[in-house]
Design a protein around this ligand. Structure first.
Ligand SMILES: [Zn+2]
Length: 325
């Protein structure tokens, strides 16, 4: 009887268990191949907090960028446009810095700060935004990224390396050379008509004349602006197509609107300035540098039925949306 039992056990082991173990070991052997395939689609990201470089799957990285760069409550088509912009940037960076990484963070083509584009891992998002946000919005972010998988913005057949964006243009975006130094063919000034819901479309910031003068003098030691003479010492001389100030007279110096924006901490370089008591009152229009895609404008277009492709082709002039090679 005992012999029969052991015979049954032996037969069971031969017929059932060994094949199962073989199949499992085949699976284990297959795994490295899969990893090699995936590594072509990863990006190297320098994490500022840990000072370490992480290899992240490109599409997972894009999810972490969209979550960090655009309000998740925005329309899904706007989120898709943001995902494609982020993917284009990452792809262009990868192409340019594929060997040694970016000089600002050797070994990695990207970092997780605003130096490149803001990124947060799913775990960090969970901690930062909480359980409810993850339940309400993470699936939407995943959908926006997955439904645009592999798509990038191209100009002359290459992924664009400057898919710049900003919060709110204030009605019109800017030509790149009016804000930064280079003229980029797809970064042209265009109308951005649907920004009415943006919280800082029109805003007011007040700074005391005393603080303003001391901040200016701190930055420009040779500036002769004086508190008592501010009315004639401050004169707007020239504006860009989009409305931002190109030249402003400040005492004996001619500065750019963006210099004043930096020094005072204004939301935009598109402003009017007047005196009120001992203060300077800045009425600002828009939020951010104004070049490329306006995020609130993109959301406004999406709410009126525009697709991600229509949004991107509106804000980046002469581009195509194509599958990555
Ligand atoms: Zn960086």
């Amino acid at each position: 009887m005992r012999d029969i039992f052991w015979t049954v056990v032996a037969v069971f082991a031969t017929i059932i268990l060994i094949p199962i173990l073989l199949i499992q070991s085949c699976d284990i052997q297959k795994e490295p191949t899969k990893k090699i395939v995936e590594s072509n689609k990863t990006v190297r990201v320098y994490i500022n907090k840990t000072r370490e470089i992480e290899k992240i799957d490109l599409e997972e990285y894009i999810k972490g960028v969209v979550s960090s760069e655009m309000p998740a409550a925005f329309n899904i088509e706007a989120l898709k446009a943001q995902a494609i912009a982020a993917r284009s940037y990452a792809t262009a960076r990868k192409d340019t810095y594929k060997e040694d990484g970016h000089p600002g963070h050797p070994g990695a083509e990207l970092c997780d700060g605003v130096h490149c584009q803001a990124y947060k891992s799913k775990e960090d998002l969970k901690e930062l935004k909480g359980k409810k946000w993850m339940e309400d919005y993470w699936p939407k972010i995943e959908k926006a990224v997955e439904e645009t998988k592999g798509l990038v913005i191209t100009y002359s057949g290459e992924p664009i390396n400057q898919p710049l964006f900003h919060s709110t243009s204030g009605g019109k975006t800017e030509n790149s050379e009016d804000v930064f130094s280079a003229s980029v063919p797809y970064l042209r000034s265009v109308e951005s008509p649907y920004e009415a819901k943006a919280p800082h479309c029109e805003d007011q910031q007040i700074v005391s004349i005393k603080t303003f003068v001391s901040k200016i003098k701190n930055r420009y030691k040779d500036c002769d602006i004086v508190e008592g003479n501010i009315k004639s010492d401050l004169k707007i001389l020239e504006r860009s197509t989009g409305g931002r100030i190109l030249k402003i007279q400040v005492g004996n110096k001619i500065l750019r609107g963006r210099d004043i924006r930096d020094i005072v901490g204004l939301r935009s370089a598109n402003f009017k300035v007047r005196m009120g008591g001992g203060d300077l009152i800045f009425d600002t229009i828009g939020y951010g540098h104004g070049v490329g895609m306006s995020q609130w404008g993109a959301n406004g277009m999406a709410e009126r039925g525009s697709t991600f492709e229509e949004i991107l082709k509106h804000y980046y002039v002469g581009v195509e949306i194509e599958k990555m090679k």
